[in-house]
Design a binder for this molecule. Structure first.
Ligand SMILES: [Zn+2]
Length: 236
C-alpha cells in the first residue's frame, strides 16, 4: 500500500474463486486490510464479465442483459426453475448477439442461490451467490453438500487455521458415507491440537448436520493452490 493518502487501498474486487462470497473469508479480508470487498464473475465460454456485486454486498447482479439469456435449471433433472429469491440451481446461458461461435443453453457448472431483486442500489436485475461447482457436490444422507460450505465453517477458527480446507473423496461415488474426511490447513503449532480438531468437527456437525473426520495439516505441507483452488481431492 502506498504511503500517500490518495493511493490507499480501499476496495478489493475478487473473482474466479468462491472466497469473496463466503462471509468468513470476506470478513477476514475486510477486517485485516480495512477495505470493502465485492465480487465479480464471468464464464470463459460466454463472456469475460457477466455478474458484478454493487456496494450493497448482497450478491452479484446479472449484467449481461440484452447480450446473454440466462436461465436457472434443476442441477439433477435440468428442469427449468423460476429465478426468484431462495431458488438454488444451475445457471444456463445462451448468446443473443454473438455471431461467431454462439453458445445455446450452455451449462455453466456453477450452482447458485438466487438472492433476489431488485436492490437498494436501484438495479432491478437478479442477484446471486455461487455456492459451489456441480462437479464438487457430494451427497451425505440425501443432502447435497458443497465444499464451500465447509470452508465457511472452517474460517471461523482463525487464527488457528489459515482458512484453507478440502474434502477428500475416496471413491468417484457422489454419495459419501459420514464421517466425511476433511483436511484443514493450520498455522504452525496446531497440527496436533486435538481440541481444535474436535471443535471443527462439532461445528461442521452442528452447522451442516453431518459428521466429518478432520485432519489438521501444517501450512508447509498442505500444498500450493495452483491456478484454481481445489476444494476436493480424490484419494483412495
Ligand atoms: Zn445492487
Amino acid at each position: 500500500m502506498a504511503g500517500s493518502k490518495g493511493m490507499e487501498l480501499t476496495h478489493i474486487v475478487t473473482g474466479g474463486e468462491p472466497g469473496g462470497g463466503i462471509p468468513t473469508i470476506r470478513d477476514h479480508i475486510q477486517d485485516s486490510l480495512d477495505v470493502t470487498v465485492t465480487e465479480v464473475m464471468g464464464i470463459g465460454d460466454v463472456a469475460p464479465s457477466l455478474f458484478g456485486e454493487c456496494p450493497q454486498q448482497q450478491g452479484m447482479h446479472f449484467c449481461g442483459g440484452g447480450h446473454v439469456w440466462v436461465e436457472l435449471v434443476d442441477p439433477d433433472s435440468r428442469e427449468p426453475m423460476t429465478i426468484e429469491a431462495g431458488a438454488v440451481g444451475e445457471l444456463v446461458y445462451t448468446h443473443l448477439t454473438r455471431e461467431a461461435m454462439p453458445v445455446v443453453r450452455f451449462l455453466g457448472g456453477d450452482i447458485v442461490r438466487i438472492e433476489g431483486s431488485p436492490c437498494e442500489c436501484g438495479r432491478a436485475t437478479f442477484r446471486m451467490r455461487v455456492i459451489g461447482r456441480r462437479d464438487d457436490m457430494f451427497i451425505v444422507r440425501g443432502v447435497n453438500v458443497y465444499p464451500s460450505a465447509i470452508l465457511a465453517v472452517v474460517g471461523r477458527f482463525r487464527p488457528r487455521v489459515t482458512g484453507r480446507a478440502r474434502v477428500v473423496r475416496k471413491t468417484t461415488e457422489v454419495s459419501v458415507t459420514p464421517p466425511v474426511p476433511v483436511e484443514v490447513e493450520v498455522v504452525d503449532g496446531h497440527d496436533a491440537d486435538a481440541k481444535l480438531r474436535a471443535e471443527i468437527e462439532d461445528a461442521i456437525h452442528s452447522t451442516l448436520i453431518f459428521r466429518a473426520k478432520v485432519d489438521l495439516i501444517p501450512e508447509h505441507t498442505f500444498g500450493e493452490s495452483g491456478y484454481k483452488t481445489k476444494l476436493t481431492v480424490k484419494r483412495p
